[in-house]
Design a binder for this molecule. Structure first.
Ligand SMILES: NC(=O)c1ccc[n+]([C@@H]2O[C@H](COP(=O)([O-])OP(=O)(O)OC[C@H]3O[C@@H](n4cnc5c(N)ncnc54)[C@H](O)[C@@H]3O)[C@@H](O)[C@H]2O)c1
Ligand SMILES: O=C(O)C[C@H](O)C(=O)O
Length: 329
C-alpha cells in the first residue's frame, strides 16, 4: 500500500445497509482495487456495540486495502478528515408517523451532520445520502454546510436506476450490459420517473424496442417506483444488499467516471436544467469524469415525460417547503 488511504465515513454503520456495505468498501469496490481506505463508522450510542462487532468482523477479513477502522458517536469526530461520506443512518418511518414528523426527526440527524461535515471534513469531501427521504435529507445536510460546494451533496437514486435496468432487461430479453442511457428523474419516492425514451438496448431506442406504451405506463413505471415497498412486503425489512450495492455503484461511478456513451442517475442540486427549480436535490441523467459530474443536456422531453418529471419535482418542492418551515434549511 503506497497510496495515502482515503477516509470514508459511514453513518448508520450498525444497520442492515451498513452491514452489507462496509465489507465491500473495505475490499476495494467503492473506490478501486488499488485504493486503501480508512473507515470511520458513525453510530448513535445505542448502536456502538453492534458497530464494534462489525469492526471485529472487518478485522477478521484481513482486507489488504483496509488501513484502519475508528468508531464514533460524535459527528464532529466521525466526519473529521472525511474524503467520502455515506449518510445511511436515518430515522425510519414508524406507525402513526406523518411525513412531516419524519422530516423533523431526520432534520435532527442531517442538520448536525451537515454542520460537522462543514467544520471537519476534508476539502475534497463527496457526500452520498442514502437515508430516507434521501433527496430532502441531502438538502438539509447541504444547507447546513455553506462552506462546502453544494454539488458535493448527492442523494441516491442509483438503486432505482439499477431496478429499472433490470426490469427492462427482463421485459426485452436483453442483457443488462446492453442497456444504456436510462434515466431516473425526480425524487427517490413513488413519484420518481424512470425514463426509457432516451435509453438504448444494444444500440436501439429502448422505447421502440419495447413498443408497448401500456406496459411502460401501467407496469414498468409503477414496478420500479414501488419496488422499495414490494421488497419491504416480501422481506419484512427494507432493501439492504441492493441498496448497499447501489451506494457502491454511485460513488464508484462519481469517482471513476461513466463509460463512454453511457450515463447514470444521481440526485444532485439542480442548476435549473430541464425546468427543475435550482437548488432542489433531484435526480438527473449525469455523466461523470475526473471525480465530477455533469447533467446530460439537450434531451428532448416529451409530454408524457414532462408531466411525470413535474409531479416528482412538485413533491420535492413540497418537502423543501416543509423543512424550510421547520427551520431546517
Ligand atoms: N435511497 C435509497 O435507495 C434507499 C434504499 C434503501 C434504504 N434506504 C434508507 O436507508 C436508511 C437506512 O436503512 P437500514 O435498513 O440500514 O436501516 P437500519 O434501521 O437497519 O439502520 C439504521 C442505522 O442508523 C443508525 N442511526 C440512526 N440515527 C443515526 C445517527 N444520527 N447517526 C448515526 N447513525 C444513526 C441506527 O442506530 C441504525 O444502526 C433508511 O432511511 C432507509 O429507508 C434508502
Ligand atoms: O422504499 C423504501 O422505503 C426503502 C428504500 O428507499 C427502497 O427504495 O428500497
Amino acid at each position: 500500500m503506497t497510496r495515502t488511504p482515503v477516509n470514508v465515513t459511514v453513518t448508520g454503520a450498525a444497520g442492515q445497509i451498513g452491514y452489507a456495505l462496509l465489507f465491500r468498501i473495505a475490499s476495494g469496490h467503492l473506490l478501486g482495487a488499488d485504493v486503501p481506505v480508512k473507515l470511520r463508522l458513525l453510530e448513535i450510542p445505542q448502536g456502538m456495540k453492534a458497530a464494534e462487532g462489525t469492526a471485529m468482523e472487518l478485522d477478521d477479513c484481513a482486507f489488504p486495502l483496509l488501513a484502519g477502522i475508528d468508531i464514533f458517536d460524535d459527528p464532529n469526530k466521525g466526519f473529521e478528515g472525511a474524503n467520502v461520506a455515506l449518510l445511511v443512518g436515518a430515522r425510519p418511518r414508524t406507525a402513526g408517523m406523518e411525513r412531516g414528523d419524519l422530516l423533523a426527526a431526520n432534520g435532527g440527524i442531517f442538520k448536525p451532520q451537515g454542520q460537522a461535515i462543514n467544520a471537519h471534513a476534508a476539502d475534497d469531501i463527496k457526500v452520498l445520502v442514502v437515508g430516507n427521504p434521501a433527496n430532502t435529507n441531502a438538502l438539509i445536510a447541504q444547507a447546513s454546510a455553506p462552506d462546502v460546494p453544494a454539488e458535493r451533496f448527492t442523494a441516491m437514486t442509483r438503486l432505482d436506476h439499477n431496478r429499472a435496468i433490470s426490469q427492462l432487461a427482463a421485459k426485452t430479453g436483453a442483457a443488462v450490459s446492453d442497456i444504456k442511457r436510462l434515466t431516473i428523474w425526480g425524487n427517490h419516492s413513488a413519484t420518481q420517473y424512470p425514463d426509457i425514451f432516451h435509453a438504448e438496448i444494444a444500440g436501439k431506442n429502448a422505447a421502440e424496442v419495447v413498443g408497448d406504451q401500456a406496459w411502460l405506463a401501467d407496469t414498468f413505471i409503477p414496478t420500479v417506483a414501488k419496488r422499495g415497498a414490494a421488497i419491504i412486503d416480501a422481506r419484512g425489512a427494507s432493501s439492504a444488499a441492493s441498496a448497499a450495492n447501489a451506494a457502491i455503484d454511485h460513488v464508484h461511478t462519481w469517482v471513476n467516471g461513466t463509460a463512454e456513451g453511457d450515463w447514470t442517475s444521481m440526485g444532485i442540486p439542480s442548476d435549473g436544467s430541464y425546468g427543475v427549480p435550482a437548488g432542489l436535490i433531484s435526480s438527473f441523467p449525469v455523466t461523470c469524469k475526473d471525480g465530477k459530474y455533469e447533467i446530460v443536456q439537450g434531451l428532448d422531453v416529451n409530454e408524457f415525460s414532462r408531466a411525470r418529471i413535474d409531479a416528482s419535482v412538485q413533491e420535492l418542492s413540497e418537502e423543501r417547503d416543509a423543512v424550510r418551515e421547520l427551520g431546517l434549511i
